[in-house]
Design a protein. Structure first.
Length: 94
C-alpha cells in the first residue's frame, strides 16, 4: 500500500510517502521551492516525494491530509486530479 501524507498546508507544508509501511520519502516545500502560497498544495514537495519514492501518482492508494487545510472547497478535486485512484482521508490534528 502506498500512502501520501500532506501537512502544514497553511504554514510550512510538507509531503511524505509511505510505501508498504516504510517511509520512502519526505520533503518540506520550502526546501525545494522559492515561492509558495499559504493554503495551496505543496506541488513541488509532492512531485519530489513521488520522484524519490519512484511512485507514479496513479499507484497511490491513499492521500492523508492533516487539518487545517485551507485550500478551499476544491481541495478534494485537486487531489483527485493528481491521484486518480487514491482514497482521500482528512486527519484531525490534536
Amino acid at each position: 500500500m502506498i500512502v501520501v501524507g500532506l501537512g502544514g498546508i497553511l504554514e510550512n507544508p510538507a509531503c511524505a510517502v509511505v510505501a508498504d509501511g516504510r517511509i520512502a520519502a519526505g520533503v518540506e516545500q520550502q526546501k525545494i521551492a522559492r515561492e509558495w502560497t499559504p493554503g495551496t498544495l505543496p506541488m513541488a514537495a509532492i512531485e519530489e516525494c513521488l520522484r524519490l519514492a519512484r511512485v507514479e501518482p496513479s499507484s497511490v492508494n491513499c492521500v492523508a491530509v492533516a487539518r487545517p487545510v485551507g485550500a478551499g472547497p476544491g481541495l478534494h478535486v485537486q487531489l483527485r486530479n493528481i491521484f486518480p485512484n487514491a482514497r482521500l482521508a482528512v486527519i484531525e490534528q490534536i
